[in-house]
Design a protein around this ligand. Structure first.
Ligand code: SF4
Ligand code: SF4
Length: 63
């Protein structure tokens, strides 16, 4: 399983990671920051890392 971390101080709530993820890993939390709620579903495509405009997402296999 990939290890996924979102830096919520960087996240601008754009929603791009939620839109791009083919495995529905992300949802907005109560503060409308992206939260990896289903990390076990990750297929390690690295699209979220590439699409985030502020570099807020780290996925260990995408380093
Ligand atoms: S690496 Fe791909 S499957 Fe995994 S969380 Fe990011 S967009 Fe979703
Ligand atoms: S793509 Fe980046 S800035 Fe946009 S919601 Fe996801 S983590 Fe936040």
């Amino acid at each position: 399983m990939a290890f996924i971390v979102v830096d919520k101080d960087k996240c601008t709530s754009c929603g791009e990671c939620i839109n791009v993820c083919p495995a529905s890993v992300y949802e907005f939390d109560d503060d409308e920051k992206s939260e990896p709620v289903n990390p076990e579903e990750c297929i390690e495509c690295c699209s979220c890392v590439e699409v985030c405009p502020v570099g807020a997402i780290k996925v260990d296999v995408c380093e």
